[in-house]
Design a protein around this ligand. Structure first.
Ligand SMILES: *Cc1c(COP(=O)(O)O)cnc(C)c1O
Length: 228
């Protein structure tokens, strides 16, 4: 077990002044590692793979708040709908509709974060500014059809670079977009309040740029090995 409880305590102390929350990203890591952080007080965990999330949820304490942070295919929503708290990477109206439909079957409301593409890399998922606007307009004019989802905020991933200025700029841009979206679409709604930015390498920058949810994996759980 390579988990790092000291790093966990340090992350928590850095989050505190910002009132931000930690999503402990446990993808590829065994349930025992999650249980160890749970024993230390952590309750929010993030997973990227549907089957892995479902398997872990079944064997871990029921009061864990599960966040799905990976790219999600519509046909897999049904497996997590009974329990998932927040889905971070929603990037289409079709996915939002499916989440709503599956949440309704369980009489639940699932929090959704809209993923916006902020990185310079081509490969990352997410909406551009115009697509975001379109999705929100469609949602806004059919709000009654979305009673089982709540658009709780936005999510983004900065470019994978050591250039801190660039990372800061990308987070800053997303925070500004978040502010204008809130004003335009969620003026009277206090539930639109999460900005999910920041990972192990860049979470301190993200906090300075308005993060309310940091998603941290390797710093807490050790490096991931995808080939085992
Ligand atoms: C894996 C992952 C993280 C955590 O990354 P670390 O660098 O290990 O902290 C955060 N967000 C997303 C979307 C991820 O896929």
């Amino acid at each position: 077990m390579a988990i790092n409880i000291n790093a966990y305590q340090e992350v928590l102390s850095r989050l505190k002044p910002y009132n931000a929350q930690l999503v402990a990203v446990s993808k590829t890591k065994p349930a025992e590692d999650i249980a160890a952080f749970y024993a230390a007080g952590q309750r929010i965990f993030g997973e990227n793979y549907v089957q892995e999330l479902v398997d872990k949820q079944a064997v871990l304490p029921a009061d864990i708040e599960w966040h799905f942070i990976g790219h999600l295919q519509s046909n897999k929503v049904k497996y997590m709908a009974p329990f998932v708290h927040t889905i971070h990477a929603v990037d289409s109206l079709k996915l939002l509709q499916e989440i709503n439909k599956q949440a309704a079957k369980h009489q639940r409301v699932i929090n959704c974060l809209l993923q916006v593409h902020i990185a310079a890399e081509e490969t990352k998922f997410g909406l551009d500014g115009q697509e975001l606007q379109q999705l929100l307009s469609s949602w806004n004019s059919h709000q009654a059809d979305f009673a089982n989802i709540r658009i709780a905020g936005m999510m983004g991933m900065a470019t994978n670079t050591t250039n801190e200025t660039q990372v800061r700029q990308e987070f800053h841009q997303l925070h500004q977009l978040f502010g204008s979206v809130k004003t335009t679409f969620f003026n009277t709604q206090d539930y639109f309040r999460e900005l999910s930015i920041g990972m192990s390498a860049d979470y301190t920058i993200a906090l300075e740029e308005g993060s309310t949810l940091v998603r941290i994996g390797s710093l807490l759980f050790g490096e991931r090995n995808y080939n085992q």
